[in-house]
Design a protein around this ligand. Structure first.
Ligand SMILES: Cc1cc2nc3c(=O)[nH]c(=O)nc-3n(C[C@H](O)[C@H](O)[C@H](O)COP(=O)(O)OP(=O)(O)OC[C@H]3O[C@@H](n4cnc5c(N)ncnc54)[C@H](O)[C@@H]3O)c2cc1C
Length: 446
């Protein structure tokens, strides 16, 4: 075991500058791909840094399998609420045979997708002339002078290198660049959502399994608990895009009974192991209790634990649960969210707090602006929000939307300040990119 409360000196040395570009985007998840592609299409030279060897972040590295936040369920029918870059991804997935159509469940709907086709679609999107994607490139340091980031230091497989840019966008999900640059962030270990180890089962009779209603599955898993199985969760999501194969969002990973601190190397490692242990436990239970799973096996677990929440920046506007649930609209709107608060807390089920059917709130530009660093924007699940609001805005469609806005705004800011971007021009550029900030007439909650 390492000594936990000791320090060693770290030597500073010169680092080669690999590129000098207009915009650096850190993190190639939903937000980062949208930001980088949209910035490049708007004419900027862009470097996208991704620590994995593929794009997609949580969408592809955790074996996720469904895009949430695209639809509202109105009279039992999925109605598309989010357009723009998210719609482009959906259309490309469709053309490549990577989706089967929207899946209604509870009071909403999501879009199951094929994992490999998602990776390929994102690769294709990133083939924009002015965009360089650097894989296996981990951001490790930010060089800040006079309130501006001048360069970032990156660890590649061969060692360290630097990238200089005018503008930076943090899409790391963890607010890594923001924290390195010293802006205010929040990380409240006590209230963090629990992570989930996502996994896929093969050998499933999906003609039977996909017809088991959610409440029946919940009842069967509660029965397993009564019979002595220590299941941390008895309600979850199951998607299928291929016959015989299902994605399961059903584990809830605790370490010593609490939410793991995934920034602590010891707790994170324990959590990774615990996730795989739970996958084996659920396999046994599903085989025994749930119709369609008698011959199931674990096809794979995600390459990493699915982490829902870590740092969130504290910007000039902190999006709140009231903003979400009262479906607030803002003059500086850059995205429309229709996803409910979906909070994976301590119990065996998930806390859902719904918007009205067809209802949506705006995400304001101010929620992407960190305080104290003038040439940085933050998009995706780590934007400025409270714990509850993050539980709604973190889903994929919203990450595409906020990434798209950040990419366009960074190009408009050029070498100026992000706070001085003209909102009307940004909204016009979003509209030109297919974004609809008023996807429905005003509703009762508004
Ligand atoms: C278990 C689980 C289940 C979920 N289920 C759904 C669902 O069914 N549908 C849905 O829509 N949403 C779901 N979500 C939420 C959603 O998937 C994520 O919130 C969303 O994908 C986050 O996107 P992002 O781009 O903000 O961040 P991320 O997906 O976290 O992407 C961040 C990227 O940055 C990279 N990165 C991080 N640090 C560095 C660094 N220092 N240097 C270089 N690269 C770095 C990462 O490798 C990653 O690619 C789920 C989340 C979890 C955890």
């Amino acid at each position: 075991m390492p000594v936990r409360h000791d320090t060693v000196a770290r030597s500073a040395r010169e680092v080669d500058v690999l590129r000098e570009v207009d915009v650096v985007v850190a993190g190639g998840g939903a937000a980062g791909v949208a930001a980088a592609v949209c910035a490049a299409r708007a004419g900027a030279s862009v470097v996208l840094l991704e620590r994995n060897g593929f794009l997609g972040g949580t969408m592809t590295s955790t074996s996720l399998g469904g895009i949430c936040g695209l639809y509202s369920l109105i009279d039992g029918e999925p109605v598309q609420m989010v357009h723009g870059f998210a719609e482009e991804v959906r259309d490309r997935l469709d053309r490549a045979g990577g989706i089967r159509g929207a899946l209604p469940w509870l009071q909403t709907a999501s879009l199951p997708y094929d994992l490999f086709i998602m990776k390929s679609v994102l690769d294709d999107l990133a083939e924009t002339e002015r965009l360089t994607v650097l894989y296996q490139a981990r951001l490790v340091e930010a060089g800040v002078e006079d309130g501006r980031i001048r360069h970032v230091i990156v660890r590649g497989r061969g060692g360290l290198f630097a990238i200089r840019a005018n503008a930076f966008i943090d899409c790391t999900g963890d607010g890594e660049l923001a924290a390195m640059a010293g802006v205010a962030t929040e990380y409240d270990r006590a209230s963090l959502q629990f992570p989930t180890a996502m996994f896929r089962m093969g050998g499933v009779d999906t003609t039977v399994a996909m017809k088991v209603p959610r409440d029946e599955m919940h009842r069967l898993l509660e029965q397993a608990v009564t019979d002595g199985y220590d299941l941390p969760r008895t309600a979850g999501g199951i998607y299928s895009v291929r016959d015989g194969i299902v994605h399961l969002n059903i584990t809830k990973v605790k370490v010593d009974g609490h939410t793991p601190d995934t920034f602590d190397p010891i707790e994170l490692s324990e959590a990774e192991r615990e996730g795989r242990r739970q996958a084996r436990l659920y396999l046994e239970v599903f085989r025994r209790y749930v119709p369609g799973y008698a011959n199931a096996y674990i096809l794979d677990t995600g390459a990493e634990l699915g982490i829902r929440e870590t740092r969130r920046i504290v910007g000039p506007h902190v999006l709140t649960s009231d903003d979400v649930l009262k479906e607030r609209k803002f003059d500086d709107a850059i995205a429309a969210n229709c996803w409910p608060i979906e909070d994976h807390g301590g119990g065996r089920s998930t806390r859902w707090v719904w918007l009205s059917p067809g209802g949506y709130n705006h995400i304001p530009y101010r929620a992407l602006l960190p305080m104290g660093v003038r040439n940085l924007l933050v998009a995706g699940r780590c934007l400025s929000s409270t714990h509850d609001a993050q539980a709604a805005i973190r889903v994929t469609a919203n990450c595409f939307s906020t990434g798209q806005a950040a990419g366009l705004a960074a190009v408009m800011a050029g070498s100026g300040d992000m706070a001085s971007v003209d909102i009307k021009s940004l909204q016009a550029a979003l509209k030109a990119g297919g974004v609809n900030l008023a996807p429905m007439p005003e509703t009762a909650n508004a």
